[in-house]
Design a protein around this ligand. Structure first.
Ligand SMILES: *Cc1c(COP(=O)(O)O)cnc(C)c1O
Length: 355
């Protein structure tokens, strides 16, 4: 019945998320979720918010959550915007800040949702190739543009730029919005949140889905100058006044306040990443240096898609991207040591069987 669609819908090329299997028992290392549960304090806050109060609409401004985020980052609440997952925050940023006459710049290999938003909102963009080591080179962004978006650490490479380079990029473009998507920053990169008070053109986007183990709650946020935040609020209030429900707001605020849980789980994931990297290298893989909760790894003699399929048949889900320069690689989420051990065991069997 596609003749019933609007013309714009025919032209959309939607994002395809990693598989969420219905079949139980698979080892799930394909969508960068945390192997550890959310903060018990977050779960208690969600339970406490479950009751008769759900009759009422939530706070459209998510005041309590924005205050908790502002306290955590030592900034003002008017420098904070919250949304239904950072994907929604990013969508509003694309529409409200990144659409200009000159093209938006982002790397040729990065979060594959960015070109999807460009398609949705009719944003001109130019891809800037990563260098031979698959790193962002900020000098390559010194060209006329309307805005810039980078993921730092980048996805799916896991490679991070130091804060000094992010600051140089932001300073190079004082009249263009620069969005830094820090979905994975807590696993080993330096956050640019410390720069927002000095740079009114910088917007930093965070998610509670990865380092705070709340992918199922759908909460993300942006930090930036109050004028950038106001643009996002205008878009949000023209789209959905209540993107965060009462349970999400309560759980997210309690999660942000629970520093101990956050610190201990992210430290475990970083240690497991180092063991996983060493294990993959022992099997002959080359592994990009990751500052994230995943690694991008390539075997010199094996096809990435074939390895992914063999792993799936052996009960382990990992992600593979068909994009030109990374088609040989697997993106593997850091699970528990037990899950990573199982992955390595299955990979060893697969490599031995068709060696
Ligand atoms: C996971 C991810 C997001 C989206 O996170 P949600 O908050 O779950 O929507 C955004 N950017 C990057 C680079 C990601 O990997």
């Amino acid at each position: 019945m596609s003749h019933l669609w609007s013309a714009a819908t025919h032209g959309l090329v939607p994002y395809v998320p990693g598989e969420q299997p219905r079949q139980p028992g698979l080892v799930k290392l394909n969508t960068n979720e945390s192997p550890y549960g959310p903060s018990p304090k977050a779960l208690a806050a969600i339970a406490a918010a479950t009751g008769d109060g759900l009759r009422l609409y939530p706070d459209p401004d998510s005041t309590a959550l924005r205050a908790a985020i502002a306290r955590h980052h030592r900034i003002d609440a008017d420098q904070v915007f919250v949304g239904n997952g950072s994907d929604e925050v990013l969508a509003h940023a694309f529409q409200g800040l990144l659409k200009h006459e000159l093209p938006l710049l982002f790397p040729d290999i990065t979060y594959s949702f960015y070109p999807v938003y460009c398609g949705l909102y009719g944003i001109e963009y130019q891809l800037v190739p990563l260098d031979e080591s698959l790193s962002v080179r900020i000098e390559d962004y010194r060209r006329p543009c309307g805005a810039i978006i980078l993921a730092n650490p980048n996805a799916p490479t896991g490679i991070a730029l130091p804060l000094s380079e992010i600051e140089a990029l932001v300073a190079d473009h004082p009249d263009q919005p620069v969005v830094v998507d820090e979905a994975y920053v807590d696993f080993g990169a330096q956050s640019a949140v410390s720069l927002v008070s000095r740079h009114p053109n910088l917007l930093v986007v965070h998610t509670l889905s990865k380092s705070r183990a709340l992918a199922g709650l759908r909460v993300g946020y942006a930090v930036g100058d109050a004028a950038l935040i106001e643009a996002l609020v205008r878009v949000k209030n023209s789209f959905n006044s209540y993107p965060l429900d009462r349970l999400a707001e309560a759980g997210a605020a309690a999660s942000i306040a629970d520093e101990d849980w956050f610190e201990s789980t992210r430290a475990r994931i970083v240690r497991s990443r180092d063991r996983l990297t060493a294990g993959l290298e022992r099997l002959g893989f080359s592994v990009l240096p990751s500052s994230a909760n995943f690694v991008l790894a390539r075997h010199p003699h094996r096809d990435g898609a074939a390895l992914q399929a063999a792993l799936r048949a052996a009960g382990v889900l990992v992600r593979h991207f068909k994009a030109a320069r990374i088609a040989d690689y697997l993106r593997i989420t850091v699970g528990t040591d037990e899950e990573c051990g199982l992955l390595l065991e299955r990979l060893e069997t697969i490599l031995a069987a068709n060696g």
